[in-house]
Design a protein around this ligand. Structure first.
Ligand code: ZN
Length: 181
């Protein structure tokens, strides 16, 4: 079977703004996408990646915030507690670092890659990463948390950056923020 080559989509690509569709039936094709996504995440030194970030508008994410790899299908937050502010970057928004306020603890329901229903109780960094990735599934990006003025500046810079190739982009911009998701 022919292997699709996925690559990271960057700001300006419409797929990042689309609301992803729920996965009704998990297939071997989904499993292959998830393993490619994990590879791309690790290769880019990221701690999370959502399917729309590689052009797939379906509700799947991969996360590894240091406590192992999670591949989550149709993740849903059912409980939030407390708040935390962390500095976040995004593989799809190169060179941008923003302080973002999110819940400190969350409870997430999802399927794992065997189609089994799982429940994750996440705190701190892991909770932050999962919330960031679930935002992607709804077409929401970190820039949406910035002020209007900040957003305008970011947009101008990213428009200039779009003339570069992906490789150039990541080399020159991606390392400016510690947390890439
Ligand atoms: Zn992101």
């Amino acid at each position: 079977m022919e292997e699709i080559r996925l690559k990271i989509r960057v700001f300006g690509d419409q797929v990042l703004r689309r609301r992803a569709k729920a996965v009704k039936k998990f297939t071997p094709a989904h499993a292959r996408i998830l393993s490619q996504m994990s590879q791309i995440m690790y290769d880019s030194q990221g701690v999370g990646l959502a399917a729309p970030q590689v052009g797939i508008s379906e509700t799947m994410i991969v996360v590894d915030a240091g406590s192992g790899l999670y591949k989550l299908i149709n993740p849903r937050i059912v409980k939030r507690k407390g708040t935390q502010v962390l500095e976040e970057g995004c593989l799809s928004v190169p060179g941008v670092c923003l302080q973002i306020k999110r819940a400190k603890e969350i409870v997430v329901l999802a399927w794992d890659e065997n189609g089994k229903a799982i429940k994750i109780e996440a705190q701190d960094l892991l909770a932050c990463v999962i919330q960031h990735e679930i935002d992607h599934l709804r077409g929401r990006l970190i820039v949406d948390y910035a002020s209007a003025l900040e957003r305008l500046k970011i947009k101008r810079r990213l428009t200039a950056l779009r003339k570069k190739s992906n490789e150039e982009l990541f080399e020159s911009e991606a390392k400016s923020c510690q947390l890439q998701l």
